[in-house]
Write a protein that binds this ligand. Structure first.
Ligand SMILES: *Cc1c(COP(=O)(O)O)cnc(C)c1O
Length: 399
């Protein structure tokens, strides 16, 4: 997945242009900037690549999620449904607004289980937030139908799946709002950065203002601009945007490399009858950022993960025990360990997760091993890796 593996001359050239003008900020300084608007250019490139009306570039993927929620009017007491398997950014972005993260189980897609979503809806629910983990997507058709039935917003977290598609549409563009991260380990990177995409003019306008202290961006004098509502600073710098501009031009090449490597590894693992693969919903095509597969049970999965690492197969994950990506280790959320006091609505509405049954999530997550697909591997490294993976996993399942 990581675009940083393939840094090159284009990235340097884009950054150098910014350094030559000396204008590191994305807004203003029109006279000094010699026509260079890297953030605006990257927004335009994203709009084109994703087939949407609007893109708002911001400082991180977490910021993008926060802004997406804020742009749709989500606030204190509103409930947002999010999966048990994701990155902590999902609940951080919800908490930042005083809204309530409601954890919902996953199925064999390793993303939101539509049945569990339907059951979790209350009169306070505002948003369903599927997270397209490890390069593949949630069952967006089913989730959209649920959202339409209950008048909820569909917000896609496509931070780990940029370039994947569902029913021919780029991931992130299917719901009402979509978010990307361009942090250092994502498929394409700005160093740090993120984006919100949408076709909704109001959400876009709100995102544009909210991410820059509420500035309405009308006129040519920043100091004289109006502030129609409260905002915050989630701006990206021109230096970061410049890196992303070079990287987005290479996205299709990165995706082609990921697909080729994924295919070699997958075909190799298909020779093992005990190994099955994560379900990709009908109509979906992965970004191939990871290869995720199931072992027959949790003990074998854990053993396979340990044995893979011991045999030099790096970058494989056993998410079930992971500190950052699965609810079991999120004791800071589950025990409400905040520095200051949490908003009252939030404190009262947060469910007692110690009594909620996530056994279906545990069933799938416990059996899952996910291997990152790196961009920098040579063909030879990939075929050696495939052979080692097959040998290692065979020896584990044979006991
Ligand atoms: C990386 C990531 C984010 C957050 O992005 P940052 O840019 O690191 O803040 C959010 N969601 C998912 C699924 C991610 O992988």
């Amino acid at each position: 997945m990581p675009g940083f593996e393939l840094f090159g001359e284009q990235e340097k050239k884009e950054v150098q242009q910014v350094l030559d003008t000396g204008v590191l900020m994305r807004y203003g300084f029109d006279g000094m900037r010699d026509g260079k608007w890297k953030a605006k250019e990257l927004e335009k490139a994203l709009e084109e690549r994703m087939g949407v009306k609007h893109a708002q570039l911001v400082s991180s993927g977490t910021a993008a999620l926060t802004i997406a929620l804020a742009s749709a009017g989500v606030g204190a007491g509103d409930e947002v449904l999010m999966p048990t398997f994701t990155f902590v950014a999902s609940f951080e972005s919800i908490l930042a607004l005083g809204a309530v993260p409601i954890l919902v189980g996953i199925d064999d897609t390793l993303t939101l289980d539509p049945e569990a979503v339907e059951k979790a809806i209350t009169e306070k629910t505002k948003v369903v937030m599927p997270v397209h983990m490890c390069g593949s997507m949630a069952d967006l058709r089913a989730l959209k139908a649920i959202c339409e039935k209950h008048n909820l917003l569909l917000l896609e977290d496509a931070c780990q799946a940029i370039g994947g598609t569902y029913e021919g549409k780029p991931l992130g563009s299917y719901g009402d709002l979509g978010c990307f991260s361009f942090d250092y380990v994502k498929t394409i990177t700005c160093g740090e950065g993120g984006a919100v995409i949408t076709d909704n003019d109001t959400f876009y306008k709100n995102a544009d203002h909210y991410s820059d202290h509420g500035h309405d961006h009308v006129g040519l004098d920043r100091g004289a601009e109006a502030h129609p509502f409260l905002g915050y600073n989630y701006r990206i710098s021109e230096l970061h945007a410049a890196v992303g501009l070079a990287q987005i031009a290479r996205l299709n090449d990165f995706l082609a490399i990921q697909k080729e490597t994924y295919t070699v590894l997958r075909e190799a693992l298909e020779s093992i009858p005990e190994v099955t693969f994560r379900r990709v919903p009908n109509g979906g095509e992965e970004s191939y950022a990871f290869l995720s597969f199931f072992l027959p049970d949790a003990i074998l999965a854990k053993q396979a993960h340990t044995a893979l690492a011991a045999n030099g197969v790096d970058a494989c994950f056993y998410w079930y025990d992971n500190n950052w990506h699965y609810y079991r280790q999120w004791e800071h959320l589950l025990e409400k360990k905040s520095l200051g006091k949490l908003p009252t609505e939030l404190y009262k509405q947060l469910p007692d997760y110690s009594i909620i049954d996530f056994s279906k999530s545990d069933h799938w997550m416990g059996r899952t091993v996910s291997c990152l697909i790196k961009l920098g591997w040579s063909r030879e490294e990939v075929s050696n890796r495939a052979a080692t993976m097959v040998k290692t996993i065979r020896s584990v399942v044979k006991g």
